[in-house]
Design a protein around this ligand. Sequence first.
Ligand code: ZN
Ligand code: ZN
Ligand code: ZN
Length: 368
Amino acid sequence: MTPFERRTRRVQSRLAAPGTDADTLALSPGQDLYYLSGVDRDPSDRLLLFVVPERGDPTFVVPALEAPSVREATWIDDVRTWADETGPDPVLDPVLDDLSPSRVLLADRMWAAVSLDLRERLPAASFGLASEVLGPLRRRKDDRELDHLRAAAEAADAAMADVRALGADAVGRTEAELAAFVEERLDAHGGTGVAFDTIVAAGPNGADPHHATGDREIRPGDPVVLDFGTRVAGYPSDQTRTVVFAGDPPPAFETVHDVVREATAAGVAAVDPGVRTGAVDRAARSVIEAAGYGDRFVHRTGHGVGLDVHEAPDIVAGGEVELEPGMVFSVEPGIYLPDRFGVRIEDLVVVTDDGVDRLNRTDRGWRC
Ligand code: ZN
Ligand code: ZN
Ligand code: ZN
């Protein structure tokens, strides 16, 4: 049995469990669909639907031109195709009629056009989100997923070491040029493309947590925030370092960097099975508050990482999710001083049976 089939069977047993009133899962292209079927593609205007009933075999309804690649990627036997001339109705209607579901869980990130269409086709059914049953499965990574996440983190760590080695050679390059260098190094270390738009934010640009990498040239003394990731076998990395390539950093930078580094370490140290997500946020945030920068830490401490770079659970103030072995998330506190600079240090961690393991190990210091 492939891991994809095993997951689907687990989802079916959850759907069939006495406490679950949903009886059907309907997924369009996205990470939920990949997680269960092995079919990896982007949503498009042509309807592609994966229907998982609580009992029996799942069905794919796919546009004819997608059928060969879907069949090749998936363990599912029942792949039904529709043609552009007829549209999906002649194929989809009988599937839905046979099931006559009473409660359908839709992929959380399904396009509204698809979800509204399904609601019209099933006027008697009620609807919910697929995360109701998929959330608890997806947030606990299996060994194979952890291997991919580790490999992606290692590629990012190695790329960061190459960036650091540039030293004074980085001065005079633009943010965009440095981002291109990062991306070339990620590929060289076994990554495939980027997991999200690479952030290189120099000097005052670092005070914007999601700065769009641009044309600013790196100057001596500039703190530079580098936040990037690649993918290995579909699984992403996501890490941040803040460095100074040459020259003396601005006033207060060293103190702020020390505080953020300590906050990251405190967040990581708080991770243990059974601890709530809010306690991890508190551990990191209290270090920054004690240093007087509480109002300059303007985002959550972290986010779950899996097939999606941002997924459950959020590491956020008041978060009540209990940590379980196999969960992977970021710990990424930051301090942002408008018009001056920003500092963020981000590592991915995995919850283990008796504590925590860091996926990122590359140097966290600011000096190159
Ligand atoms: Zn972010
Ligand atoms: Zn990041
Ligand atoms: Zn992140």
